[in-house]
Design a protein around this ligand. Sequence first.
Ligand SMILES: [Zn+2]
Length: 138
Amino acid sequence: MSVFRRKKERDHPPAEWKIKKECLDLIIECAKSSYPNEFGGLLRVDAISKKTITEVVILPGTISGDSHAIFRLHMLPIDFSIVGTVHSHPTPNARPSKADLALFNKYGKIHIIAASPFNQFSWKTYDYAGYEIDIAII
Ligand SMILES: [Zn+2]
């Protein structure tokens, strides 16, 4: 029976995530101004629906390099209004790196990668397992 229960949980439809347009604009601006370095931030949701990203908390300092391992887990707060991470890639490749996937798996439920050239079409959203998920801009 436990096998069936587990399968049912995994087949559950994905969460309906939303992000405020001003948060997305801020992400794109930070990605642009940090280029050619990466920037990193945390995604905060509203207290009511807990599925709408209403704030981007920019992590201080940028780290150059192309490893994308820009988050250190010990830096990340235990804060239940934080649902995930955002960072930029200085290349047009918005796919998560191995280091990104390791982070996604350990921290948060939703992760945004903004890639070059940093516009409305050059970012993607992933779940904890690195699968691309849909998000509505509100
Ligand atoms: Zn990355």
